[in-house]
Design a protein around this ligand. Structure first.
Ligand code: TMP
Length: 203
């Protein structure tokens, strides 16, 4: 059988701490030389699309927005994710296609699909917590808001509900984590859940 790596994704609403968790995990797995990617981004084209989507102040149709996120993702899959998995590496993604299902599907009401050429994650950690606190956390950090963060609280609530539905529909893949817990406690939970999957991998 062809060697295959392990594909791990982190999902959640704004300020849920998923980026911190993805980074902590990459550090913990350092010995295995993991590939850490963030979405949208991770390739030259995808970073440029990120800029267009988040920081140019453009008026973007909801469905066009979905295709842009997906185009950025497809380039990342082709350039980085598929080759890394084929080499048996661990890939850690800070957001992936569930973000499109939750934000564009749940938040904006655009009809979404999972393209057959997009690999499925082996495991997805969903960080769940109060939406207001997450948005507030960002403001507290003094950063200016991007186009998605400027959306209403109702929009972000719809995104959180959509994530909940996605997780409930696929409990084998999703691990739901309480984002209000301490960063170290969440990290230990992530490690616990990964241990059996990592044991099954070739070193
Ligand atoms: P980030 O804040 O995690 O870097 O993500 C960038 C923003 O883009 C965030 O508000 C979520 C949003 N987003 C979507 O709306 N759809 C997507 O498919 C992805 C990957 C991100």
């Amino acid at each position: 059988m062809a060697k295959r790596g392990l594909f791990i994704t982190f999902e959640g609403t704004e300020g849920s701490g998923k980026t911190t968790q993805a980074e902590l995990l990459a550090e913990w797995l350092q010995r295995r030389d993991p590939v850490l990617v963030r979405e949208p981004g991770g390739t030259e084209l995808s970073e440029q699309i990120r800029d267009v989507l988040l920081y140019k102040g453009l008026d973007i149709d909801a469905e066009a927005e979905m295709y842009l996120f997906m185009a950025a993702r497809r380039q990342l899959i082709a350039e980085v994710i598929t080759p890394a998995l084929a080499h048996g590496q661990v890939v850690i993604a800070d957001r992936y296609h569930d973000s499109t299902l939750a934000y564009q599907g749940g938040g904006r009401g655009v009809p979404t699909v999972w393209p057959s050429t997009f690999p499925h994650p082996d495991i997805t950690f969903l960080l769940e917590g109060p939406v207001e606190a997450g948005l507030g956390r960002h403001e507290g950090a003094g950063k200016s808001k991007d186009r998605m963060e400027r959306e209403s609280i109702e929009f972000h609530r719809k995104v959180a509900e959509a994530y909940g539905r996605l997780a409930a529909a696929d409990p084998k893949r999703f691990v739901r984590l309480d984002a209000t817990g301490s960063r170290d406690k969440i990290h230990l939970e992530v490690r616990d859940r990964l241990e059996p999957l990592l044991e099954g991998m070739m070193d």
